[in-house]
Design a protein around this ligand. Structure first.
Ligand code: UDP
Ligand code: MG
Length: 325
């Protein structure tokens, strides 16, 4: 394997001449899908579009034969290029790495599991040629997606859109085309961790959205756990908004007002009715209420500080173990 692996892992991948189209695909244990995806993409780009392209795989710490298969593809076809992370860094980070090293005039990101139909590349490309700098896609439905995950995803988008200052369309997936100008901006972003679909909307640029029905996975299981989804939602809200911090002010203010009102009520009652025998219930209820509020507010502040800490350490967002020549 070492013959085809570049030793200089810090530099950008040196592609041939800059192709018209880069297709970036993050991969985590997708050994059954990679060849099929390659075949389908080849069919569309080579036969129908007839443009120069590169297919850029980012192996996000796969433990199956994914990397081997990608390397074999690269040996047969130099337009296939790849990066392998030293461990799993997550889907969004893999996308960022792919975007960072893509050379194309337009860059398409898509999943490896064929849920994003390669046939749509043609339409994405056509829209780009029409002049749109970002071509988003929105899935109307996902075949074979479980009820819990569907509900959870919907709730996630609801929360993000309620609190964050950027709108993220429900059903927005990381299947999109971006013009080189947009890509250069994303490469230059200082944020280590990012929610790509939020950032792309935040950047602005002329965009359009295509709708599609996501197929069920070609093979294998979803690599997203509920925990990863939760942190994606949290991150989506926090990286685009200070609203939760403001929310804690409201909650704290309401709680304090209630407490003050109740104290006033007790005092007046003391004057009117006389000595009350204060029950433990009231006391403990109050203590619970206020300590709860304080903990909630502290928790929210803590989350933000943790994110600040993460960013301030200035660690690279990902570590590349090897890459193809
Ligand atoms: N993926 C990745 N790293 C991860 C999780 C997922 O690179 O930590 C890749 C995965 O191989 C796939 C894409 O990201 O190509 C989308 O993942 P998946 O299909 O599991 O997500 P879902 O479609 O279920 O939301
Ligand atoms: Mg999928």
């Amino acid at each position: 394997m070492s013959s085809r692996v570049d030793t200089d892992i810090t530099a950008k991948l040196d592609g041939n001449s800059d192709p018209e189209l880069s297709i970036v695909v993050p991969v985590l244990n997708e050994q059954e899908n990679i060849r099929e995806l390659f075949d389908q993409i080849l069919k569309v780009v080579e036969n129908n579009l007839k443009v120069s392209f590169e297919l850029l795989f980012v192996d996000d710490g796969s433990r199956d034969r994914s990397w081997e298969i990608i390397c074999a593809l690269h040996d047969d076809d130099a337009r296939v290029r790849a990066i392998r992370f030293s461990r799993n860094f997550g889907h969004q980070t893999a996308l960022k790495a792919g975007i960072d090293s893509a050379n194309g005039a337009a860059v398409i990101t898509m999943d490896a599991d064929l849920q994003h139909p390669p046939a749509m590349i043609e339409t994405l490309y056509a829209k780009w040629k029409e002049g749109f700098e970002v071509v988003n896609t929105a899935k109307q439905d996902t075949k074979g997606l479980g009820f819990i995950k569907k509900t959870f995803t919907k709730m996630g988008y609801f929360i993000i859109n309620l609190l964050a200052e950027v709108r993220i369309e429900p059903g927005a997936a990381d299947f999109r085309l971006m013009d080189r100008r947009v890509v250069d901006y994303i490469r230059g972003l200082g944020e280590g961790q990012l929610l790509l679909r939020g950032i792309v909307n935040w950047l602005g640029f002329s965009s359009t959205t295509l709708e599609y029905v996501a197929e069920a996975r070609f093979a294998g299981k979803s690599k997203y756990t509920l925990r990863q989804l939760t942190s994606l939602v949290l991150w989506g809200v926090m990286s685009f908004s200070g609203a939760p911090l403001r929310l804690s002010v409201y909650v704290g203010f309401t709680a304090a007002s209630l407490g003050f009102g109740y104290g006033l009520f007790l005092t007046i009652r003391w004057f009117l009715v006389g000595v009350d025998i204060p029950g433990w219930t009231t006391t403990s209820a109050l203590i619970l209420f206020f300590s709860g509020t304080i903990l909630l507010v502290l928790g929210i502040i803590g989350e933000y500080i943790a994110k600040i800490y993460d960013e301030i350490k200035g660690r690279p967002p990902y570590v590349i173990a090897e890459k193809t020549k």
